[in-house]
Each structure stands twice: as C-alpha cells, then as structure tokens.
Design a protein around this ligand. Structure first.
Ligand code: ATP
Ligand code: MG
Length: 462
C-alpha cells in the first residue's frame, strides 16, 4: 500500500483541530495535531510531513514564528497560515516570511482542497521530473551575482502561492521571470496566461477578464470565458499592470480577494483558483502616491516585489547571453555557423543597452541578417557611437561624407527614423535603376541579397 501524505495541523481550539482533521482524512491525508508551538516543534522533529496548516494565534507564540522556523529548518515543507477573516496584513506578512499560502476563517472547503492539492504537488516525484524537463524551454542566462540571487529568489517564489510584482526596465526579462516562477512551481501543469493590460480596449476589459454571457451586449453571440477562468489552476500574468484604468482596478481587486469572478451579464459568481503575477516598468508606489494606482490593489498584488536588474548592471553576462541568443537566432534564420568576433563582443560590453536584453536580441538579429561572412564584425552591430568610449559624436558629425549633405532634412525625426528615411530613398533609387531587380539593386548598394531582403521587409518597401 502506498503511504498517505502526512499533514501537521496546529490550532489551540480542539473543535477546529478535529474538524480540519476529519476534512483532511476525507481527502486521503493522514494528520498529526498540535495545540501549541511546543508540540508542533516536537512533531516536526519526529516526523516527515508533506504539508503544515497553522492557526495564527497560539498559546505560546504565533503562526508567523512557526513559518519562520519551518523556513529555516524544513525549507521544503509547505506551510499555510489560517487567519481571522479579513486580516490581510498578517496573511501578507506570512507569505513574505515564506508561507506557501493562507486561508481565512471560516475555512472554505474548496479553497482548502485547492491549497492542499497545490502543496502536495510541490514535492511529488512528478513535479520533480517536470522541473528537469521544464515546459518553458527558455533559460534565464546569467551567472553574475545579481542573476544568481534572482534565480534563487525565483526558485523560492515558485514554491509559494504569493502574488509577486515584477519590476524592471523594459526588455530586462520580466515576462521570462514570470514564466519561470510558474513553470518551476506546482501549477506548471495548468496554463500560464499572460495578458498585456495596456493592449485591451477599456470597453472590452471586463469581458476579457471575467468573461460574458451570450447576449449580454451587442455582438456577444455566445458565452465566453474570461482570462481568469482560462488561467484556472494556473497563473495569470498581468503585464503592464500600471496601464489598468482605475475602475478596472476595483473589479480586479474584488476578483483577487474573493477568488471568484462574475461574467458580464451573468447572475452568479464562479470560483477561480489563480495565482497572480504582475509586472510593470513603472514605479507603482509613485503612481499610488499620485492617485493613479489604487493603494489597496497595490498591496494585494505586491506582496512580494522582485526587481529584474538592467543589463548594464550585469555586463559580465553579455558574452554568454549574446552567445545563447545568437544560437537561437541563427537556427531561426538558417545560418548556423555565424558567430561574433572578439571585437564585436567587446563592443557589446561597452554599449549601455537602454532596451536591455530585447535590444540585444534585435541588434544580433539585425547583425545576422546584414553580415556578409560568418563572423559578425563590430560594424555589423550598427551601434553607432553610443557608449563607445573611445570616440565622441562631434568629431564624427564633422566627418560625414559630402554626399550626405544633400540628404533629406532631419526635421523632428529621431536619428534612427532619419537614417531609415535615407536608407529607403537609396534603396528605392537602386531598385529604379535596376528595374526592380533586387539582386542587382543589392549589388549597386554594396550589400548582400539577404541584407536587401531584410531591409525591404523592415522598411516596408513593396
Ligand atoms: N536572462 C535571460 N536569458 C535569456 N533570454 C532572456 C533573458 N532575459 C530576457 N531574455 C529574452 O529577452 C526577451 C525580452 O524578455 P521579456 O519579454 O521577458 O522582457 P520584459 O521585461 O517583459 O520586456 P518588456 O518590458 O518589453 O515587456 C525575451 O525574448 C526573453 O526570452
Ligand atoms: Mg514584457
């Protein structure tokens, strides 16, 4: 016979202890009971538990102490706190201290069931296997101290149900971090649903999040599930959360607190079991201070805050990252032998990357398409003078060759847009001269056919 999972339950009220015990037994779980911290520590010492549920107030201490004790001595053991109804602050403190999740009194049975089943998945052999094979094939590259720290935090957070707010400049890898938290955790078999809060038109928002009933508004010809329901059992990743309009923030807060949603035009609530991760490049606290983001929602989603550092704070990771991205991109473009010259790597290391890893990806993709041989040179990176400490812009602008003096005026265009304008004119001229023959036009311009094709696509030239 296989061994049943074992739970440790701690509460100073014998009635509650008994009730929890019966409920868990019905779920096929063995229990040991304790009425105070001292008994709990003894049990922990003598047994190997799969989950621990503890009340907050105990005769010889509180549940938070137990959470901390378990974090320190049995970090693999998921512990959940049972709090008085509405006492969010304690629940949040507990999760910050490493609690797996919390339940409020009176304990709702379906919430208890969800909690137990997630907790038991944490240390199941299947979950351990899943960690190895990882569904999200993407890796978080980097072994500078800040990245090692980040990886460790991700692992820790993946074992908890706490809402995490991921902050960081654009392109730093916020979505990748959210995915890893999901795929390394007990929800990995259920969906990870990312949603860009800035991309949903405000009039559709409620129905997108919570679903709608057939006929609830013009055009709603059938029932539709919302994002919360689609993410049931899994994770909802609210990207660019600062973009949510205030009225939607209220509704979102309600759904998160009640763990249920009401579809537009529906007359009943539907329970959902969703972990909320969110991200923004904005400083949310500043938005709260300016009344642009609701404080109550902020505290609810920001139980744990994680900052993904900008690439310029992990310069030593650039060679590895570039190598990893090059491999992926060259497979994508069918040019598997392309590589970066040592000088090109050096050049990348001195560039400030305002757009972070996403920008590095773009730079490499462009270089792969533009380079003529297999080795990518500094010039193929097309980084201009930015961040190049050895030259400065004024001397360069004096060196601009004469033929460009007849070029179109820059007006209010950014440098990039201006250069694209010049490129477009030159390419169109070359195409005219060669009667639309791309190979010949490329020759006239001294670029490869591959580069020509790339530029035509990028500049949207028909
Ligand atoms: N450490 C890393 N290792 C490997 N790839 C990475 C790393 N960080 C980011 N990437 C890749 O860089 C790209 C940008 O990452 P991601 O979309 O997660 O950033 P983001 O912070 O969400 O950006 P944005 O602010 O633009 O939404 C993705 O293709 C991602 O896979
Ligand atoms: Mg993103």
């Amino acid at each position: 016979m296989t061994k049943l999972p074992l739970a440790l339950i701690i509460d100073d009220e014998p009635d509650i202890l008994q009730l929890l015990g019966i409920t868990l037994t019905r779920m096929g779980i063995d229990t040991l009971k304790a009425e105070n911290l001292k008994q709990a520590y003894q049990h922990l010492n003598n047994n190997q538990f799969d989950i621990c549920l503890t009340d907050m107030r105990l005769p010889d201490g509180d549940g938070l102490e137990l959470v901390e004790y378990i974090q320190k001595n049995y970090p693999e053991l998921p512990v959940a706190l049972i709090t008085a109804h509405g006492n969010m602050e304690i629940a949040i403190d507990a999760m910050k201290a490493g609690a797996f999740d919390f339940l409020s009194k009176p304990v709702d049975l379906s919430a208890l069931r969800n909690l137990i089943s997630s907790a038991l998945k944490l240390n199941s052999p299947k979950q351990k296997l899943a960690k190895g094979s990882q569904k999200s094939k993407k890796l978080l590259i980097g072994d500078t101290p800040v990245m090692l720290q980040l990886k460790q935090t991700i692992l820790k957070l993946s074992r908890s149900q706490a809402p995490v707010f991921i902050n960081g400049e654009s392109g730093t890898g916020k979505e990748l971090v959210a995915k890893l938290i999901h795929y390394k955790g007990p929800r990995s078999e259920c969906p990870f649903i990312p949603v860009n809060c800035g991309a949903i038109p405000s009039e559709l928002m409620e129905s997108e999040f919570f679903g709608h009933k057939k006929g609830s508004f013009t055009g709603s010809i059938q029932d539709k599930k919302g994002l919360f329901q689609l993410a049931d059992g899994g994770t909802l990743f609210l990207d660019e959360i600062a973009e949510l309009p205030l009225n939607m923030q209220v509704k979102l807060l309600r759904a998160i607190q009640e763990k249920s949603v009401r579809p537009v035009g529906g007359d009943s609530e539907i329970a959902v079991n969703v972990r909320i991760l969110s991200a923004s490049h904005n400083n949310l606290l500043e938005l709260v201070e300016n009344n642009e983001f609701r404080q109550d929602l902020f505290y609810r989603i920001n139980v744990i805050e994680l900052t993904v550092p900008p690439l310029r704070e992990r310069v030593d990771d650039i060679p590895k990252l570039a190598d990893y991205l090059m491999n992926q991109l060259s497979v994508l473009h069918g040019v598997e032998n392309t590589y970066l010259s040592a000088a090109a790597i050096q050049r990348l290391k001195s560039y400030p990357f305002p757009g972070n890893i996403r920008e590095l990806e773009n730079i490499l993709e462009r270089a792969i398409t533009l380079c003529l041989g297999e080795e990518i040179q500094v010039d193929d990176l097309n980084l201009g003078q930015f961040g190049n400490k050895t030259e400065n812009l004024t001397t360069v602008s004096e060196d601009i060759p004469d033929q460009y003096h007849d070029a179109p005026t820059r007006d209010n265009l950014s440098l990039d847009d201006y250069l694209e304008k010049i490129e477009s004119i030159e390419i169109i001229n070359a195409l005219k001269q060669s009667n639309g023959n791309k190979t010949q036009a490329a020759k006239l311009l001294g670029i490869s056919f591959r580069a020509m094709r790339y530029k035509l696509k990028k500049l949207k030239i028909e």
